[in-house]
Design a protein around this ligand. Structure first.
Ligand SMILES: Cc1cc2nc3c(=O)[nH]c(=O)nc-3n(C[C@H](O)[C@H](O)[C@H](O)COP(=O)(O)OP(=O)(O)OC[C@H]3O[C@@H](n4cnc5c(N)ncnc54)[C@H](O)[C@@H]3O)c2cc1C
Length: 263
């Protein structure tokens, strides 16, 4: 979905698909595309038209399957990422790439419906994996605070340290409960966008806080790669950006609140 000029604002996408007889012709650039180096094909969302709405013209989006090796479709190496160093991303270039209609995924102009069938679930996945790493960081912090001595006593005896542990544990539990509830509602078939956004937002922000505080409790050793904390801390950074930034999650949550009041 993402383009150099269109990230959060997906409908701002410039890459386009136009119909030519029964075929579609794709043009434009996508970037930050996860694992395209090892994929056999891409699922690509393209602007395929425009509709008039009371709030002005709105782009229509269509999803396509595009096999690697299709003429007019080039994959370039992406950027190097500080988080998840084993997680690659790439750039997709489309230059008059011709596809048969059979490679439309879902219905023409209904690409957002396709995306929405899994975007919520991947937000829950981000929440769940963030919680696992936060739990691990908290475990290290508790162990270290119970063992490490300074000024003749365990550092966990200092409220400056123990209160951090209390906040980390409480915030983690709150994030876990939000995630469990959203996942349960997902299974029940009555989850809302806001439920999933709250879980993603809270879990990723708690991971950032817990990872940072766990390093603080370890002092200098926290930054050394002898321990997993520096990696958890680095990897945590992207979780507040991909699958919709924290600001976009807040937008989704507040939109649901306001819409109920005609706002
Ligand atoms: C490692 C990695 C892998 C990725 N993999 C994929 C992938 O496989 N496929 C894919 O399609 N995308 C992928 N993405 C893209 C990811 O979804 C986007 O980076 C993300 O949606 C944000 O878009 P952007 O980076 O263009 O930031 P922008 O949208 O330019 O945002 C910049 C800042 O402005 C803020 N902002 C924007 N709009 C608003 C608003 N309305 N209100 C308040 N604040 C706002 C944002 O929150 C952010 O802080 C990946 C990104 C990364 C980093």
């Amino acid at each position: 979905m993402t383009e150099p000029g269109a990230g959060s604002d997906l409908r701002g996408m410039k890459a386009s698909a136009r119909q030519d007889g029964d075929d579609w012709i794709l043009n434009g650039t996508k970037h930050f595309i996860s694992h395209i180096d090892i994929a056999d094909f891409a699922i690509v969302f393209m602007a395929s038209g425009e509709e008039d709405t009371p709030r002005g013209p709105k782009k229509l989006i269509t999803a396509f399957f595009v096999d690697k090796g299709t003429p007019g479709f080039t994959v370039r190496e992406g950027y190097r990422n500080v988080s998840h160093r084993g997680y690659t991303n790439g750039v997709l270039e489309f230059d008059n790439c011709r596809l048969p209609a059979s490679q439309v995924l879902g219905e023409v102009h209904k690409g957002f419906e396709v995306a929405n069938t899994w975007l919520g679930a991947t937000r829950l996945q981000v929440a769940a994996t963030s919680l696992g790493r936060a739990d691990r960081a908290l475990g290290h912090a508790v162990e270290y605070a119970a063992e490490r001595e300074q000024f003749g006593q365990k550092i966990g005896k200092f409220q400056g340290v123990s209160f951090k542990l209390a906040d980390m544990a409480m915030e983690l539990k709150a994030a876990e409960l939000l995630t469990w509830e959203a996942a349960w509602r997902f299974d029940e078939g009555n989850v809302t966008e806001a439920d999933m956004s709250m879980a993603k937002l809270k879990a990723t922000e708690v991971l950032a806080m817990v990872a940072d505080e766990a390093i603080q409790i370890h002092g200098g050793m926290g930054l050394m790669d002898d321990l997993p904390l520096e990696r958890i801390w680095r990897d945590a950074r992207v979780e507040r950006i991909w699958e919709g930034t924290s600001e976009i999650q807040r937008h989704i949550i507040s939109r649901q609140l306001l819409r109920a009041h005609g706002g």
